[in-house]
Each structure stands twice: as structure tokens, then as C-alpha cells.
Design a binder for this molecule. Structure first.
Ligand SMILES: Cc1ncc(COP(=O)(O)O)c(C=O)c1O
Ligand SMILES: N[C@H](C=O)CCC(=O)O
Length: 431
């Protein structure tokens, strides 16, 4: 059992001045029990908390720390940029360079606009789609999460479902009515929605690989089917690659599946850990954005020079080192193979979904292909498993409805430690 008195004390204090004691709900450990650990530092594969505990980190700041924490290549770029001022509120060379880099790497992006978070990216993308098409409605998928913009807090995944509020109060009926929802991987349901709302749907937005109901991959033909439908009906197809962009491949999930959306939203990795998001797409759509076009979107700190430096360092590294993706694939495949062997040894048969360096275990025998099947997972068992792993120094996402992210800092020795902790925790959690 890990000592956590300093974290517990801080969490108690935090309740007085921060809602729920945290600055983003899923961090509060509500779904798994116990108190969150307050972190002090991180290096490579490890996090260190206020009580001096070390954890093997499988969240990696929800994805961006693809090279592990405090990666030299990113830190050096940030340190070099700091003396030149933290913010200008005026354009810089770096913004041009990172835009060119993103355009060269992501198939769907001909022009890109930097923002400060994934939430801003998705909110802005649907505004552009609405402005461009002159239509109001959007289609999203149950269990997909696109940040906390009003239009997306309908059947939302991630922290929203973890805390039992997939449809948030505070979203007006008008906004909610403009968001239509369909089950993930169900093309037929989308066809029916589009037919019933003919000429009214501006955009279909989805995570091309869903990571916010646990990890769920698109079934054969699903993404292409959406592409074909959008082409036929003049709907803007938006891939939200805030999690998958640059993580699954230099060109994200769209590169892997060979389906090119009209617009893409990005985040996390393009800031190398700094608060950054971006949206981009076809020239005609992006030229609708102010000041080139009429759709207004702005940001005082957008294109921040420190964040751009961190992002440039990260993206350049990934572009120049394609072997990174093979390494991540090998490491994560070994971790998952070890988990499968453990289950066999214990006579258990839970579902593990994986693609590249993202994976989730669901405590169900069912194949998990959408939100309904994700919800068949035994979340109480997940909570016990989570805490068991935490006590063994493995830091997982504190919710069933999240994906895990592996970094290149995970060595073979750490894979072995992880597999051993998984074996013991699977056993312990059955009780
Ligand atoms: C797919 C996806 N879209 C959008 C967001 C929102 O990003 P942010 O938390 O940076 O606002 C997230 C993560 O939170 C995400 O996983
Ligand atoms: N699923 C979210 C990010 O991808 C979780 C992060 C958060 O909401 O704080």
C-alpha cells in the first residue's frame, strides 16, 4: 500500500477552493474510489507524487507525452524559447513553420488554425462547418468526447460519463436539439438520421478511433461509409484526432485507415505537453475562417511561442524518427500479450481493445464496439483493479471510460513489471 498522506491533505484543502478539488473532473478518482495523487514531477516513464511515490505512468498527460516525461528534445526547445518572451500577441515565424509541418503530415489538412485546447478546436470546427454549409445540425456518436463545448455534451464520453452526466445541465434545449447522436460503428443508424434530417446536417464529427468510452476501434467500412455519405449529402466530415493525431501515426488515424475527412481537430501532442489545440482541413473550408472569411474565431494566446516551440520539437522528432511508432507498437503489443496470458492463467476472459500505443481493458466478455457494449464492463471490478495497480506503482486512467497511452520511455523491464502487477491485480480485484 502506498503512503498518500500529503496527497490526502492537499485534496482536503483543495475542496475549499477548487470545485471537487480538481481542475478537470476525471482527475478526482470518483469512479474508482480513494483520493487522487498530487504530482510533483515526472521524468521518462515515471510520475512522482507529494509523498515521494514513484508510478509507471500509462496516462502520459492523456496522450501527449509520447516520448515520456520531460523529454530532452522538447525541454531544450522550450528553454531556448523562454528568454525571447512568453507571449507576443503578434504573429511569429514559428507559427508559420508549425502550420507547414502539420500540413505536410496530416492528409486532410491544407490550412490550419492554432487554438489553446481540444475543446476550442472542436467548437471552432463545427462553427466553420455550420457557417460553410448554412446548416445547423451536427451528428456525433454516443460515448465520443469532443471537449466541453455545449454542442458536444450530449451522450458524451470521458469524464462526463464517468461522473454520470453524459447530457450536462446548462446546455440549452436549442443547442441540444441541434446535436443528433448515433451509436458508434453503426452506419445504418447514421443513414437514418441523415435521411430524417435531409439538408439540415452540417457536420458529422467523430473520434476515428474512440478513446473516450475506453478504446473502441472503427469496424471495417465504418469510416469509409461515413465518407461516402458525407460526399453524397454535402456534409462536412470531421475527424477529432485530439487523441490519435501523431500518436497512432504521423498522419493520425486518417493515415492508418486511409479515409480523409474534410476537417480534423488536433491537440495534446502538437503542444508537446503545453496547452495547444488546432483545427484544419480543406482550403475552401478553412478560408471561411476570419479574417480570410466570415466565420469568427480568435484567441489572445493562440500560437503561443513557447507552446509552438514545444510542439515543433515534438512533431519534428516524430517526423524524423518513424521508428518511434514501431517501438510503441512492439512495447504495447507485449504489454497486452502479457495481460492475455495472465487472464488465461487465471481462467478469466475480459476484453482488451488495442491499436498502436493505445489500449483499454473492459471487464466484460462481450466484444466492445460501441458505448452500449462498453457499458457492459463491470465498473466496480475496474475500480478494484485500478487501485490494486496504483498500490503496485502503476498509474492508470481513473475511469473505465478512458484509454491508456504508452510512451517510448517504457523499457522491456518495465513491461515485465507491468505484466506482473497486472497478474497480481487481476487476482486481487476478483475478491
Ligand atoms: C477526442 C478528444 N477531443 C477533444 C478533447 C478536448 O480536449 P481538451 O481537454 O484539451 O479541451 C479531448 C480530451 O479531452 C479528446 O480526447
Ligand atoms: N478523456 C479526456 C482527455 O482525453 C480526459 C482528460 C480530462 O478531461 O481531463
Amino acid at each position: 500500500m502506498k503512503e498518500a498522506s500529503n496527497s490526502n491533505e492537499l485534496f482536503k484543502r483543495a475542496q475549499h477552493s477548487i470545485p471537487g478539488g480538481v481542475n478537470s473532473p476525471v482527475r478526482a478518482f470518483r469512479a474508482v474510489g480513494g483520493n487522487p495523487r498530487f504530482m510533483v514531477s515526472a521524468k521518462g516513464p515515471y510520475l512522482y507524487d507529494e509523498d515521494g511515490n514513484q508510478y509507471l505512468d500509462l496516462i502520459n498527460s492523456w496522450g501527449p507525452m509520447i516520448l515520456g516525461h520531460a523529454a530532452e528534445v522538447v525541454n531544450e526547445a522550450v528553454q531556448k524559447a523562454i528568454p525571447n518572451s512568453l507571449s507576443f500577441g503578434a504573429p511569429t515565424r514559428k507559427e508559420v513553420e508549425i502550420a507547414e509541418l502539420i500540413v505536410s503530415m496530416v492528409p486532410s489538412i491544407e490550412k490550419v488554425r492554432m487554438v489553446n485546447s481540444g475543446t476550442e478546436a472542436t467548437m471552432s470546427a463545427i462553427r466553420v462547418a455550420r457557417g460553410y454549409t448554412g446548416r445547423d445540425k451536427i451528428i456525433k456518436f454516443e460515448g465520443c468526447y469532443h471537449g466541453h463545448g455545449d454542442s458536444f455534451l450530449i451522450s458524451a464520453g470521458s469524464g462526463a460519463i464517468t461522473l454520470g452526466v453524459p447530457d450536462s445541465p446548462g446546455v440549452t434545449k436549442g443547442t441540444a436539439n441541434d446535436t443528433l447522436t448515433a451509436p458508434y460503428n453503426n452506419l445504418e443508424a447514421v443513414n437514418i438520421l441523415v435521411e430524417a434530417n435531409k439538408g439540415q446536417v452540417a457536420a458529422i464529427i467523430l473520434e476515428p478511433v474512440a478513446g473516450n468510452m475506453g478504446l473502441v476501434t472503427p469496424q471495417q467500412g465504418f469510416l469509409q461509409g461515413l465518407r461516402d455519405l458525407c460526399d453524397k449529402e454535402g456534409i462536412v466530415l470531421i475527424f477529432d484526432e485530439v487523441m490519435t493525431g501523431f500518436r497512432l501515426a504521423p498522419g493520425g488515424a486518417q493515415e492508418i485507415y486511409g479515409v480523409t475527412p474534410d476537417m480534423s481537430t488536433l491537440g495534446k501532442i502538437i503542444g508537446g505537453g503545453m496547452p495547444v489545440g488546432a483545427y484544419g482541413g480543406k482550403r475552401a473550408l478553412m478560408d471561411y475562417v476570419s479574417p480570410a472569411g466570415p466565420v469568427y474565431q480568435a484567441g489572445t494566446l493562440s500560437g503561443n511561442p513557447i507552446a509552438m516551440s514545444a510542439g515543433m520539437a515534438m512533431l519534428n522528432f516524430l517526423k524524423d524518427h518513424p521508428e518511434t511508432y514501431q517501438q510503441l507498437e512492439r512495447t504495447t503489443a507485449s504489454m497486452v500479450a502479457g495481460m492475455q496470458q495472465n487472464m488465461q492463467q487465471l481462467g478469466l476472459s475480459y476484453t482488451i481493445n488495442r491499436i498502436g500505443s493505445m489500449f483499454s481493458i473492459f471487464f466484460t466478455k462481450e466484444q466492445v464496439v460501441d458505448f452500449e457494449t462498453a457499458k457492459t464492463s463491470d465498473t466496480a471490478l475496474f475500480g478494484r483493479y485500478f487501485n490494486s495497480m496504483l498500490n503496485r506503482g502503476i498509474y492508470l486512467a481513473p475511469s473505465q471510460y478512458e484509454a491508456l497511452f504508452v510512451s517510448t520511455a517504457v523499457t522491456e523491464e518495465l513491461v515485465e513489471q507491468y505484466i506482473q502487477a497486472n497478474l497480481e491485480s487481476l487476482k486481487e480485484a476478483q475478491a
